[in-house]
Design a protein around this ligand. Structure first.
Ligand SMILES: Nc1ncnc2c1ncn2[C@@H]1O[C@H](COP(=O)(O)OP(=O)(O)OP(=O)(O)O)[C@@H](O)[C@H]1O
Ligand SMILES: [Mg+2]
Length: 287
């Protein structure tokens, strides 16, 4: 579906050259939910923007359905981008348009007649559970509702892929879960391939089939989520899986349980009472 081949992106800045991405090879298969995880500044947004050429790689190739986007003239690229929807952490809605006006917008600019565009927009707002609020403006909606409008808008052109750059990072845990459930639903019901960029392992855990870990612009490892959870190959991944915080780390505990339930090789867990004597601290010991 999307294939990055030897993709690098550098930026010239006053402080010198920044290697945001270095020789990335990645294959996102049709129908999957693919996570890209890494810490802040790792290159995640640059990577996802290279997938639809919002950011042009300095070198390498980007294939969408076997078409090399790097070779397409601007007009053809714009057309191709309708097949690749995108949502963002800050929603990026048009403030002066109501919910239905936002969802209709991509249809209007691609020349769909108004009546047809309105019908499609209503259908999409229903899909994301917001038909009751179609005449509300972004300023009247909560973060989760705004992201639902953004998802409906991204789906308006019937894309094959939906790119999500930290789509839940501005939301509380409950709303995050609801939006991730919605994305999973869209993947399963509509067959839309989904790429999820995140710095949170719990997002990968909840919905992704595959995951790629990036660090300082380099691909550290990529594969099935369960394989990587069971047997991470790098310290970067281990740190993302089991962040060493003081005290009890429930997320780490759940992950170990999940791996153990799968009856596969799990790390040994060293348990200790912390200094208060109340909470068990856990540490994954990889041998
Ligand atoms: N337009 C730009 N000009 C110069 N440097 C840039 C530009 N865009 C990104 N960078 C640099 O490239 C590196 C990767 O940035 P990027 O935004 O892709 O990281 P990220 O993983 O998305 O981080 P975050 O989790 O904070 O969003 C950073 O060092 C950043 O400063
Ligand atoms: Mg980013």
């Amino acid at each position: 579906m999307i294939r990055l081949e030897n993709v690098s992106r550098t930026f010239e800045t006053a402080e010198g050259m920044i290697h945001a991405l270095s020789e990335i090879d990645l294959h996102i298969e049709k129908g999957c939910i693919f996570g890209v995880i890494g810490s802040s500044g790792a290159g995640k947004s640059t990577l996802v923007r290279c997938m639809n050429l919002l950011e042009r790689p300095t070198s390498g190739n980007v294939y969408f359905e076997d078409v090399n986007l790097m070779n397409l003239p601007e007009a053809k690229l714009r057309k191709m981008r309708r097949k690749i929807g995108m949502i963002f952490q800050q929603f990026n809605l048009l403030e002066q348009r109501d919910a239905i006006g936002n969802v209709r917008y991509p249809l209007e600019i691609s020349g769909v007649p108004k009546r047809e565009a309105t019908a499609k927009a209503k259908e999409l707002l229903k899909l994301v559970g917001l038909e009751e609020r179609m005449h509300s403006f972004p300023s009247q909606l909560s973060g989760g509702q705004k992201q639902r409008v953004a998802i409906a808008r991204a789906l308006a052109t019937s894309p094959d892929v939906l790119l999500c750059d930290e789509a839940t990072s501005a939301l509380d845990p409950g709303t995050t879960r609801a939006i991730l459930d919605l994305l999973k639903n869209i993947n399963e019901r509509m067959g839309v391939t989904i790429v999820v960029i995140t710095h949170e392992m719990k997002v990968v855990e909840q919905i992704c089939d595959k995951v790629a870990v990036i660090h300082e612009g380099e691909l550290v490892e990529a594969g099935n989520v369960m394989d990587i959870f069971r047997n991470p190959q790098s310290d970067v991944t281990r740190h993302l899986l089991f962040p060493q915080k003081e005290g009890f780390e429930p997320a780490g505990h759940q992950r170990l349980t999940m791996i153990a339930e799968d009856e596969m090789r799990a790390p040994k867990v060293k348990k200790d009472l912390d200094e208060t004597g109340l909470y068990v601290t856990e540490e994954a010991v990889w041998e």
